[in-house]
Design a protein around this ligand. Structure first.
Ligand code: PGA
Length: 254
């Protein structure tokens, strides 16, 4: 389908100026696929400046934004502010936000709209918990999460976003979804989006996240509806991240 692979690094509440420098060095000679890096909010400006000379396929983003652009919301960061310091993308709806910070699907839909208003490309994270899967509810959960965005932002939204399928049980557990499980859900997601916006469903990139490493990346990327990864733990080691990027590049060339 000609979708360019995208590998994203989510550092979560980790990282350092040292890791920023390692990334700047590693990604300085234009990886042939897209690489988006999500350091903590306090490192965004530093990393964005380091990447300034890099190719356009390397981007820096924030891991979260607030639902309002400005105002008396001590401690929050908005899409507008992130844009001001060099971010061009934002993760919204990561399961750690949904679970630890009680973010609802409606809140995630508002954040998606905020990101787009500030010209940040959102990566919308969706995914079921283990209980949902065991009860055969995985698809319903993911559909509810996507439907909230669709009804708040309109069907045109799918032309401007990336979706990451991250089963909660696979995140940080060392147990990734099998390529078959991931492909099945990615295909379901593409079909859901097709029902809302057919042209966008062909072009939208669907990332898989949850215990991706250099050993499982090759088989996952070979699935027809998996267009890249959102990498947590393995992104903290620059060589592991580089290996995953390489797997995605090779997978695309096959
Ligand atoms: P993980 O995290 O790669 O450590 O499982 C993925 C994520 O939370 O985005």
């Amino acid at each position: 389908m000609g979708r360019r692979p995208l590998v994203a690094a989510n550092w979560k509440l980790n990282g350092s100026i040292g890791l920023c420098k390692q990334y700047a060095e590693k990604l300085s000679n234009a990886p042939q696929i897209d690489c988006w890096v999500f350091p903590s909010a306090v490192h965004v400006s530093t990393l964005a400046k380091m990447f300034k000379e890099s190719a356009a396929n390397v981007r820096v983003g924030v891991q979260n934004i607030y639902t309002e652009p400005t105002g008396a919301f001590t401690g929050e960061n908005s899409a507008e502010l992130a844009r001001d310091v060099g971010a061009t993308t934002a993760i919204v709806g990561h399961s750690e936000r949904r679970i630890h910070f009680m973010e609802s699907s409606q809140g995630v839909a508002h954040k998606t709209a905020q990101a787009l208003d500030a010209e940040l490309t959102p990566i919308i994270c969706v995914g079921e918990q283990l209980d949902d899967r065991d009860e055969g509810q995985a698809e319903e959960v993911v559909e509810e999460q996507l439907e909230a965005v669709n009804s708040h932002c309109s069907t045109a939204v799918w032309q401007h976003v990336t979706v990451a399928y991250e089963p909660v049980w696979a995140i940080g557990s060392g147990i990734a979804a099998t390529p078959e499980q991931a492909q099945e859900m990615h295909n379901r997601i593409r079909v859901m989006i097709k029902n809302w916006n057919e042209p966008a469903s062909k072009a939208i990139r669907l990332l898989y996240g949850g215990s991706v490493n250099s050993r499982n990346a090759g088989e996952l990327i070979s699935q027809p509806d998996i267009d890249g990864f959102l990498v947590g733990g393995a992104s903290l080691d620059i060589d592991s991240f580089g290996d995953i990027v390489e797997q995605a590049r090779i997978g695309d060339a096959l």
